[in-house]
Design a protein around this ligand. Structure first.
Ligand SMILES: Cc1cc2nc3c(=O)[nH]c(=O)nc-3n(C[C@H](O)[C@H](O)[C@H](O)COP(=O)(O)OP(=O)(O)OC[C@H]3O[C@@H](n4cnc5c(N)ncnc54)[C@H](O)[C@@H]3O)c2cc1C
Length: 400
């Protein structure tokens, strides 16, 4: 009978242990935790736990993962949001879907998930101790605890999340690691006029000059810069690129991405005819908020003009600013709801059928310790559930 150790009792660690038990694992199973089990689940989703997302097509689902999108396609055919919803339901937890696809327990409390996991886990499995070292041994690994105790295991599952100390340890063990950088953050902008628009929300396409990504969606103006779903998504995709630039770059904002330059010019010419006797500050394209229109026009003289007096060169300038507004990014802030790190174990060296390392046999990885991360919406937890499920399945296949 084999001995399996799980290091870290977070989302991925618990789900691996529970899956192993439910799949009939009959060997010795221990899960080591250095602080509080399921602490991140507890605070997740503002205490409501956005446990997964109502997206059931693996091809579509992978589009939410800036890192891991290629590698997760196969795994999502084995265990995806539909499977997690089914598993929770079988184990007494019903979920609800919000308009944007995020899924939460109907109780709106992360404690419901914690209670469910604790009901499913044999409490003797959990050991309250930190792991200091993993040492190679014949046909397995020795685990050295913080208190110096040493135990042998045939297989070890690493589910330590984004712990920098453990990442360093894995690097010393010769695992290929991708350096950690923050993901999901908001941008600081230098233009103080934008700060004065704090609280305003616009629909726009945002991109970064010199980089490939363009994201359309809500953009929220804040007293330090920009936030909102489109900005957070862009920060996730551009996380590594922006880190190399020390978070100094030019943000490009297209306030009317559905219209061509010509179409937009025609629209403004139409306003010039129809609102000829009205002031520019009071009438702009109806699809953008008036305060944003006033910011786009920029100077007081133009805003005071009657539309009838607007010259063609001004119209052309406004088209340019509506389509290619340039804002200087200088720094970032962590998004308070969901802080995620990009980086971790290099996916090239992981077998995505079993989550076992290709370079370090009998060592498996699940959850955020891997170089996998997603935009907000329940996708980060889903990656933890999926990789935990595959780890358990992989271990069970070796048991036979
Ligand atoms: C505030 C916040 C809110 C979030 N909300 C959401 C959300 O609503 N939806 C979503 O999808 N994602 C959310 N996330 C992201 C999500 O929490 C993570 O993706 C997820 O927790 C990763 O699970 P994990 O098990 O890999 O790591 P973790 O949950 O971080 O668990 C790792 C565990 O390993 C333990 N550990 C570390 N080192 C050792 C060691 N040496 N020895 C023993 N134990 C060790 C840690 O103490 C920890 O308990 C949120 C994150 C934060 C910070």
């Amino acid at each position: 009978m084999s001995k399996v150790a799980i290091i870290g009792a977070g989302a991925a660690g618990y789900f691996t242990a529970i899956q192993l038990m439910q799949m009939g694992f009959s060997g010795t199973l221990k899960m080591f935790e250095k602080s509080k089990p399921l602490a991140k689940v507890k605070v997740s989703g503002g205490g409501r736990c956005n446990v997964t997302h109502a997206c059931f097509d693996p091809n579509e689902l992978v589009g939410f993962y800036p890192r891991g999108n290629k590698e997760l396609l196969g795994p999502f055919h084995h265990f995806q949001p539909g499977d997690m919803i089914g598993w929770l339901s079988e184990n007494g937890v019903e979920l609800k879907v919000e308009d944007d696809g995020r899924m939460f327990p109907i109780t709106d409390s992360s404690q419901t998930i914690i209670d469910c996991f604790e009901r499913q886990l044999n409490p003797h499995i959990l050991v309250h101790a930190g792991v200091k070292k993993i040492v190679p041994a014949e046909q397995g690994w020795e685990i050295v605890l913080d208190n110096g105790e040493v135990s042998f295991f045939d297989r070890v599952v690493v589910t330590v999340g984004s712990s920098p100390q453990f990442a360093e340890l894995l690097k010393q063990m010769g695992l290929h690691m991708i350096e950690a950088v923050p993901s999901l953050f908001t941008f600081h902008l230098t233009d103080e006029k934008v700060h004065q628009l704090s609280g305003l929300a616009i629909e726009a396409e945002v991109s970064i000059e010199g980089a490939d990504w363009a994201i359309e969606g809500p953009v929220l103006l804040t007293h330090w810069g920009v936030s909102g779903p489109a900005v957070l998504k862009l920060s996730a995709w551009a996380a590594r690129w922006l880190a190399t630039k020390d978070y100094h770059a030019t943000l490009l904002v297209n306030s009317m991405p559905r219209l061509s330059g010509e179409g937009l010019l025609e629209l403004l010419q139409g306003i010039r005819i129809n609102a000829a006797r009205k002031q520019v500050r009071n009438v702009g394209p109806t699809s953008i908020p008036n305060r944003w229109w006033q910011y786009i026009v920029g100077n007081e003289d133009s805003l005071d003009k009657l539309w009838a007096d607007v010259r063609n060169v001004e119209l052309e300038e406004w088209v340019k600013r509506l389509h290619h507004l340039r804002l200087e990014i200088q720094g970032k802030s962590t998004f308070k709801e969901e802080f995620v790190t990009a980086g971790g174990v290099d996916l090239k060296y992981i077998n995505f059928k079993t989550m076992e390392s290709k370079t370090h046999p009998r060592l498996h990885f699940a959850g955020e310790v891997l170089n996998i991360d997603a935009v907000t919406g329940g996708f980060n937890f889903q990656a933890a559930w999926t990789t935990a499920f595959l780890t358990a399945k992989g271990i069970m296949e070796n048991e036979q």
